[in-house]
Write a protein that binds this ligand. Structure first.
Ligand SMILES: Nc1ncnc2c1ncn2[C@@H]1O[C@H](COP(=O)(O)OP(=O)(O)O)[C@@H](O)[C@H]1O
Ligand SMILES: [Mg+2]
Length: 155
């Protein structure tokens, strides 16, 4: 018997596809009485060491990884504030740093997700591709079913 859907993982990258996929994930969670976990994986700016210290005018020096994490936290806050109220009260919200595909797959396994709901496309939005690069790898490698959701009006 396939497992009952008790936990849904909704990876988001703040794209318009993410808005649609998070709304869908929240609606499934509501209908099924499942838990919803929202995850954003922030990445290091390419080619920079995480411990590289950066000064921004008027602030103390910080490692570049800390700046990337803080930016992601701010984006998460404004994305959730702008999204449907139905998604907010029930969601466990997480930010993790690293490779998005590895982190999403690990989070799904470690936290026992029964379903992953994510966008067909993301920030790069190359719509001639059937799926974005992160979505494609997650679909191929996930231990559980993955539902991909297009942006409103098609990706
Ligand atoms: N860094 C990330 N953290 C969490 N989820 C992500 C991340 N990047 C992409 N995703 C998820 O994967 C979906 C597809 O994005 P992606 O495959 O990266 O497409 P694209 O190549 O168009 O950027 C997004 O809508 C989002 O659900
Ligand atoms: Mg992407």
């Amino acid at each position: 018997m396939p497992p009952r859907i008790k936990k849904i993982l909704a990876p988001i990258d703040f794209s318009s596809c993410s808005t649609a996929s998070l709304a869908q994930a929240a609606e499934f969670a509501r209908q099924l009485g499942a838990e919803l976990e929202v995850l954003h994986v922030w990445e290091m700016p390419h080619g920079l060491r995480p411990d590289l210290m950066v000064w921004i005018e008027g602030t103390d020096a910080k490692p570049v990884s800390e700046i990337a994490r803080e930016d992601a936290a701010r984006e998460m806050e404004s994305f959730l504030a702008a999204s449907s109220p139905a998604t907010r009260p029930h969601a466990d919200v997480r930010l993790e740093g690293g490779d998005p595909v590895d982190r999403i797959l690990l989070a799904a396994r470690e936290r026992g997700a029964d379903l992953i709901v994510m966008g067909t496309h993301g920030r790069r939005g190359l719509s001639h591709l059937l799926l974005g690069s992160v979505a494609e790898k997650v679909v191929r490698r996930a231990h559980c079913p993955v539902l991909t959701v297009p942006a409103p009006g098609g990706a």
